[in-house]
Write a new protein. Structure first.
Length: 257
């Protein structure tokens, strides 16, 4: 048997194994851990203080944004879902609004919503500007407190803050510091405000936060995420290897009758 045929079979089986592993770990890597995984003493309600700061201007991707701080703000929370502004399905932030400073929305929970473990029976998801929470029955819904959930429009022009922010995933305990702020782009008339309370709902209920600092306090599902990343790259390498070997392997001899 030609050596190329051996490698063709090897890459084929490696591809199938890696693809299966990637599919399985894709499910587990975003599973939300049990409440015992977290330090509940640090998952208290957000802290905010009125500040007299003046508006300031920042420029990103050729656009000029005016930031108007209202409160200093600190939040410890568990990420339950997120939305990236550069997602291919998002036609609003970059394309229509030219909003290149709101990099990501994070939906987080804290307090009793974590301690009770009610989130384990729920589903969370984000669209372009909203976080949605759903529960299977009224008993679960009665345990969940919407005032201990927030969808946060996160603004930054710092590469260091951005790198950490974009690595946050569901289940992670994150800590952010910054200011609740409204912001606008005079060039195209775009503007967005911020919620300053946790009890509001509907349009305008999201917190808009210009970040000074962002940390991941405790990373969730490290092993399954590492295995997912490894299997993803092995799937790509094995797939390419199989195609190359398939192309260069000599044509099999026909059976003689």
């Amino acid at each position: 048997m030609p050596l190329s045929s051996v490698f063709e079979r090897l890459f084929k089986w490696l591809f199938m194994l890696s693809l299966s592993t990637m599919g399985i770990t894709a499910f587990y890597k975003n599973e939300l851990p049990d409440p015992s995984y977290y330090d509940l003493d640090h998952l208290e309600a957000p802290r905010q203080t009125r500040i007299p700061e003046q508006a300031f201007i920042t420029r990103v991707n050729g656009q000029e944004y005016t930031i108007q701080p209202e409160f200093s703000y600190e939040l410890d929370g568990v990420v339950v879902s997120y939305h990236d502004s550069d997602d291919f399905s998002d036609i609003w932030h970059h394309k229509r609004w030219k909003d290149f400073i709101n990099l990501r929305d994070l939906c987080v929970i804290w307090g009793g919503n974590v301690e009770s473990g009610v989130y384990k029976s729920m589903n969370f998801n984000n669209d372009s500007w909203t976080c949605w929470a759903s529960w299977p029955d009224t008993a679960v819904g009665a345990l969940f407190r919407m005032n201990a959930l927030s969808n946060n429009h996160l603004l930054t022009d710092s590469d260091d803050v951005k790198s950490v922010l974009m690595s946050a995933e569901p289940g992670d305990h994150i800590r952010l510091k910054g200011v609740l702020a409204s912001y606008s782009n005079k060039a195209n008339g775009f503007q967005r405000g911020t919620s300053t309370v946790r009890d509001d709902t509907g349009n305008g209920a999201c917190e808009t936060i210009y970040l000074d600092d962002f940390k991941i306090i405790k990373k969730a599902n490290r092993k399954s995420r590492r295995l997912y990343d490894l299997s993803k790259w092995l799937t790509i390498v094995a797939g390419i290897g199989f195609l190359i070997m398939f192309a260069i392997t000599p044509v099999r001899n026909k059976h003689r009758y």
